[in-house]
Write a protein that binds this ligand. Structure first.
Ligand code: NAD
Ligand code: TYD
Length: 343
């Protein structure tokens, strides 16, 4: 079972598993929130190995029905409210419901049904922010700084508790910032690509010198597959792209690829509590499981920009409706203050 498989990473993972293993069978459970999109799964509609179920992981009765209908061997949980800015500006309620309560519902269901493995997709954000030096290891203290990260940290503790106290076979991966096809244009890279394509201002928070460690989504999928199949129960793995760079350098590279002017950049009011730097130490997964990222950042970013160029109808539809109100709420005033109108 893959949860959240109509979203960005979950959808890429479903495709990765079906492409890699002829005998893979996936039941894809997704509540289809604003971030879930059946259009992203259109190419899988005819594949008999893929079954889609619209359901909420936080509903015990809906989950019971899914487990009843499908012989679930393992659960990989991607389902989440995943955007820091929404957790700050829209509210933390949905984050607590899905990212914390939903995880406990899944853990209980796995225990009751004797599911062989539960894999929680967590994030480097649970560790908080780094200073000028060093990288996060799996032993770094858990110090989340925003509501999204706090709920993901809460889930990690629940997963650990299910393993320790009930003996559930559970593992956790904590990955750095992903990019690639089908990412919702609220996150940095797709937002900057689609804004630049439409010659709209690019809202860079604060000085833009915050650092993120970027990984191409397919490399993350390969790491999850390795952990799912070969990790020991109770183990936690960091996954990073080993490419930590400033936001401003990422934005400038996107503009260069598209041949757009740097005058599109607007420095807007910073995100509250903004984590300054993330960087992952992925030594454990390299040594234990032999995983390493295969995609160089530059080529992967080129391919991602090309994907958005080729999939205008996908992101234009995604940017209609609720997105417009969200964008105005988050960026309208800040862009006006920075000297440019929003869309
Ligand atoms: P996303 O927002 O693109 O997708 C989330 C999916 O979960 C959507 O399809 C949504 O409909 C679904 N969902 C939300 N609430 C649900 C619920 N209650 N029940 C069932 N489905 C629900 O997110 P993403 O970027 O693909 O992230 C996937 C996972 O990876 C998340 O758990 C996130 O914390 C983690 N993660 C993301 C990144 C990143 O850079 N995007 C990095 C590290 C970890
Ligand atoms: P984001 O993609 O939201 O991921 P996360 O907050 O999980 O790291 O943001 C990546 C970085 O880009 C982060 O430092 C915030 C910054 N950012 C901007 O400067 N402008 C934007 O419009 C967005 C969405 C993000």
């Amino acid at each position: 079972m893959v949860t959240g498989g109509a979203g960005f990473i979950g959808g890429n993972f479903v495709r990765y598993m079906l492409d890699t293993y002829a005998d893979a069978e996936v039941v894809n459970v997704d509540a289809l929130t604003y971030a879930g999109n059946m259009e992203s799964l259109a190419d899988l509609a005819a594949d008999p190995r893929h079954a889609f179920v619209k359901a909420d992981i936080a509903s015990a009765s809906e989950m019971a029905a899914v487990f009843e209908a499908h012989a679930v061997e393992a659960v990989v949980n991607f389902a989440a409210e995943s955007h820091v800015d929404r957790s700050l500006h829209v509210g933390a309620g949905a984050f607590i419901a899905t990212n914390v309560s939903g995880v406990q519902v899944l853990l209980d269901a796995c225990r009751e049904r004797g599911v062989r493995r539960f894999l929680q997709i967590s994030t480097d954000e649970v560790y908080g922010s780094l200073g000028a030096a060093g990288r996060f290891t799996e032993e770094s203290p858990i110090r989340p700084n925003n509501p999204y990260a706090a709920t993901k940290a809460g889930a990690d503790f629940l997963v650990r508790a299910a393993w320790k106290s009930h003996g559930l076979d559970a593992v956790i991966t904590r990955c750095s910032n992903n990019f690639g096809p089908y990412q919702f244009p609220e996150k940095l890279i797709p937002l900057m690509i689609v804004n630049a394509l439409e010659d709209r201002p690019l809202p860079v928070y604060g000085d833009g010198l915050q650092v993120r460690d970027w990984i191409y989504v397919t490399d993350h999928c390969a790491a999850i597959d390795a952990v799912l199949r070969r990790a020991a129960a109770g183990r936690v793995y960091n996954i990073g792209g080993n490419h930590d760079v400033t936001n401003l350098s990422v934005v400038r590279r996107i503009l260069a690829i598209l041949g757009k002017p740097e005058s599109l950049v607007r420095h807007v009011t910073d995100r509250p509590g903004h984590d300054r730097r993330y960087a992952m130490d992925s030594t454990r997964i390299r040594e234990d499981l032999g995983w390493t990222p295969r995609h160089a950042f530059e080529e992967a970013l080129d391919a991602t920009v090309r994907w958005y160029l080729d999939h205008g109808p996908w992101w234009r539809r995604v940017r209609s409706g609720e997105y417009r109100a969200y964008y105005e709420r988050l960026y309208g005033r800040r862009l006006a203050e920075a000297g440019a109108a929003g869309p």
